[in-house]
Design a protein around this ligand. Structure first.
Ligand SMILES: NC(=O)c1ccc[n+]([C@@H]2O[C@H](COP(=O)([O-])OP(=O)(O)OC[C@H]3O[C@@H](n4cnc5c(N)ncnc54)[C@H](O)[C@@H]3O)[C@@H](O)[C@H]2O)c1
Length: 442
């Protein structure tokens, strides 16, 4: 397919990965955002988010990319425009579509047919409502296609290049054909559907992944009570081809800009339609409780946390991103402060974001600074850097050498051999190393 000019609305994770990906396929891409500092930074070659390989790819295709505050510039000569604006949760748990409506209301008439492609995650029925609004405004020449995004932060570019599937839901066949043609060079399966089904595929996919995480976390919690080891159990369960190994890692629970809000949006969508989505309600509740379980583990080892120093290690919601949205660290920090603990925190890339979000927490510049004089080190996010945590420098720096591993990142035997007490998620008491029993209490 010949290169064609593309517009992208929203310069966040999805917008920038989409823009870089299509530029890499040879297209000219104009990205519009409404935040002036973001547009200025991007125009100057600075990338405001941490996503591996993104800065390099944007730089490589600089001559094909343009960043602007003006909608007209993004639409100029572009036949296809991707909507990648944020759709966060409202207080009611529904998705906030105000940025989507802002885009729709700003659109002016066009002579050539323009296809608006919704990549933002929206509730089922949103496309139908957008279609009606476009028609009411006399914009019949603007087509609408739902093309939900499935990328994961940290692997966004690889996900763009090699998606498991591309979903294209359209009202008009020809509009869907144009979007399908754009993705054809990737050689991935392309699923054509109606708009409502495309919207539901996105919500159901995230709900399925969240369900697997809460499922394995509950199995882990039972493992702790009955003496089984979740790491062995998950491996054994995942080897069953009917189950598969993905998203069976027990830990502190899911976070991020997608799972929590999309699970909530689907639960709310069902409720608004008269259905109580009991399973999803439990998945969400299990996840909330899971974040807090490590606090009980700290109490079990240290007694009262009043006046104790806890090092919170890894603050972004997952490794390889500086995205703090719905990160478990945002719940754990205030929870520990409420217990009277002194909280020191560290993250290899999200320190700046954390300083603004974690009120009352000292964000350390280095890992060693964070654990200095600490009574416990709590692994919240499985950054590879934290594999080196059980070393003599850290043990000597801590007041009490205790590691609570919220992600089952470390090898328990190695941690014990390095002179630490250790607790993880879903591991049997044989794996847990108690401060008292090991004679490590200060
Ligand atoms: N982040 C992910 O991993 C991911 C994965 C799949 C799907 N999604 C979905 O994609 C959408 C975008 O997510 P994100 O993480 O990239 O969001 P984000 O918050 O990082 O970026 C959204 C951007 O849109 C801009 N914006 C707001 N109103 C605008 C307008 N009228 N015109 C142009 N730009 C506007 C914002 O300033 C912001 O820079 C959401 O619906 C999200 O649920 C996200």
């Amino acid at each position: 397919m010949p290169a064609e000019p593309i517009g992208v609305l929203g310069a966040g994770w999805v917008g920038l990965a989409t823009a870089a990906g299509f530029a890499d396929l040879g297209h000219r891409v104009t990205v519009r955002d409404v935040v002036p500092e973001r547009v200025t930074a991007l125009s100057a070659g600075e990338v405001p988010i941490h996503e591996p390989g993104l800065a390099e790819l944007l730089e490589r295709h600089r001559e094909r990319l343009r960043f602007t505050l003006e909608l007209d510039e993004a639409l100029e000569s572009a036949g296809i425009v991707f909507v990648c604006v944020g759709t966060p949760s409202t207080y009611s748990g529904d998705a906030d579509l105000s940025a989507v409506w802002q885009v729709i209301d700003e659109l002016a008439g066009c002579e050539e047919r323009l296809v608006l492609v919704m990549k933002s995650t929206v509730p089922v029925g949103a496309g139908e409502r957008v279609r009606r609004r476009l028609d009411d405004r006399g914009l019949e020449n603007v087509g609408y296609v739902s093309n939900p995004e499935f990328l994961a932060e940290g692997t966004a570019l690889a996900n763009f290049r090699n998606p498991d599937r591309v979903v294209v839901g359209s009202f008009a066949e020809a509009d869907g054909d144009r979007v399908e043609a754009l993705y054809a060079p990737l050689g991935s399966p392309i699923l054509r559907t109606d708009v409502a089904s495309a919207e539901m595929i996105k919500l159901a996919s995230n709900a399925a992944l969240a369900t697997r995480i809460s499922f394995i976390n509950e199995i882990a919690n039972v493992c702790e009570l009955v003496g089984a080891d979740i790491e062995e159990v998950a491996r054994g369960v995942g080897l069953d081809r009917r189950v598969g190994p993905h998203f069976l890692r027990a830990g502190i629970g899911y976070g991020g800009s997608c799972f929590p809000k999309d699970a909530s949006a689907l639960k709310q969508l069902a409720a608004n339609s008269g259905y109580h989505f009991q399973l999803l309600a439990s998945v969400i509740e299990v996840n909330e409780l899971q974040k807090r379980r490590v606090v009980q583990k700290l109490r079990g080892q240290l007694g009262s946390l009043r006046g104790k120093t806890v090092a919170l290690l890894g603050l972004s919601f997952k490794p390889h991103t500086n995205d703090m949205r719905e990160s478990p660290s945002l719940v754990l920090a205030p929870r520990l402060l409420a217990e009277g603990a002194i909280v020191r925190a560290w993250d290899p890339v999200a320190g700046e974001e954390a300083r603004q979000l974690l009120i009352g927490v000292e964000v350390a510049a280095t890992l060693l600074e964070a654990v200095e004089g600490a009574d416990a080190a709590l692994i919240v996010t499985e950054w590879p850097e934290l594999r080196k945590l059980p070393c003599s420098d850290v043990r000597d720096a801590m007041r009490t050498p205790l590691i609570v591993d919220g992600r089952n990142l470390l090898d328990p035997a190695a941690v014990r051999a390095a002179g630490f007490a250790y607790e993880a998620i879903g591991r049997p008491s044989a794996v847990v190393a108690r401060l008292d029993e090991a004679g490590l209490r200060s």
